[in-house]
Ligand binder design. Structure first.
Ligand code: TXA
Ligand code: MG
Length: 313
């Protein structure tokens, strides 16, 4: 164990906050058994108290000890995708306090694969509550520098782990109601889940009453107003805008535009760069961000979901 990981585990045990890298985005960690530490976590994030937080573990066995009655699908999905970018919602066990479940009877469990996250979780040896390490509602951090910029002195320690490989938050599947429901798409697609389960996975309906912040319409959003624009309409939109604009697109820069970022056509590469790019566009001092819509295809579903939320103003 490195001295830094040891120190991080000690800070968590003392009720402190440690930001750490995961393969999806950076998390803001607190001891999931410590109500005061979790309360501080919510305060720093500016997160409403009734929004549950995901609890992270080093391995499935430990994770499931925080769950109550486990459906077989939980073990199947854990065996297929953990450690990795998947969060499972299951009934909670009495070990899981109301302060991590947002007062609900379910708990979100995740086993991340990032080596630094794994080291920290093994050193701490129990559940670490960790939402994304940004202020509530804004763009998630994918580097330690993003966390420093967003939360700075409010965090006791920030562990460095390079740029997150996946770049968007974990896929969330709710298994608590006798079926599998996709609450938040991610790098693990609905099709991947269905293949592993050999069953259909429902898409979260509009009538869902489960409180999860990724379900809010405006979330993962830059400060600058942003709009999603179809490829064929991009040129016209640019011509129409007298204001200083920033564009995120697949095509080459247009000279009429003040700030232009070109994105990869491969969805995994796009996701990896997405949040760092939104932050860059946000800092360009423009009045509007135009985002070229990616294709309406299953492999772009998670990205489209985040872009729609970033644009909902
Ligand atoms: O990739 C990720 O999942 C990252 C990294 C740090 O692990 N974490 C993350 O956490 O995105 P957060 O808190 O920003 O988003 C977690 C989502 C929220 O929308 C939360 O409400 C939902 O998971 N969630 C957690 N527990 C839940 C539960 N019991 N029922 C429904 N939704 C839940
Ligand atoms: Mg978040």
């Amino acid at each position: 164990m490195t001295p830094e990981i040891r120190k991080a585990a000690e800070i968590l045990r003392a009720g402190g906050l440690v930001a750490f890298p995961t393969e999806t985005v950076y998390g803001l960690g607190a001891d999931a058994s410590n109500a005061r530490a979790v309360a501080r976590l919510y305060a720093v994030k500016g997160r409403p108290l009734d929004h549950p937080v995901i609890v992270h573990f080093a391995h499935a066995e430990k994770a499931f000890s925080w769950g109550g009655d486990l459906p077989p699908a939980a073990r199947t999905l854990a065996a297929s995708f953990w450690p990795g970018p998947l969060t499972l919602i299951v009934a909670r066990s009495p070990r899981a306090g109301h302060f991590v479940t947002g007062g609900q009877d379910t708990i979100g469990l995740r086993v991340p694969s990032h080596p630094v996250a794994q080291e920290l979780l093994r050193a701490f040896a129990d559940g670490i509550a960790a939402p994304s390490a940004n202020r509530f509602g804004f763009v998630s951090p994918t580097t330690a520098a993003h966390v420093r910029k967003d939360l700075g002195a409010d965090v006791d320690l920030i562990l460095e782990g390079g740029a997150s490989e996946i770049g968007i938050e974990s896929t969330i599947v709710d298994l608590s109601a006798g079926k599998a429901v996709l609450l938040r798409p991610g790098a693990i697609s609905r099709e991947d889940l269905e293949l592993a389960l050999n069953a259909t996975v429902e898409q979260k309906g509009a009538s869902s009453t489960v409180r999860h912040s990724g379900g809010l319409e405006r979330h993962y959003a830059p400060h600058t107003p942003a709009r999603l624009v179809a490829t064929h309409a991009l040129d016209k939109e640019i011509a129409l805008r007298p204001a200083k604009i920033a564009v995120l697109a697949f095509s080459r820069p247009d000279e009429r535009v003040d700030f232009w970022l070109r994105m990869p056509r491969d969805p995994a590469a796009y996701a990896q760069k997405l949040y760092a790019s939104l932050r860059e566009l946000d800092e360009a001092g423009c009045e509007l961000i135009l985002i070229e819509s990616p294709p309406d295809a299953p492999e772009w579903a998670a990205i489209l979901d985040r872009l729609k939320r970033a644009c909902n103003d």
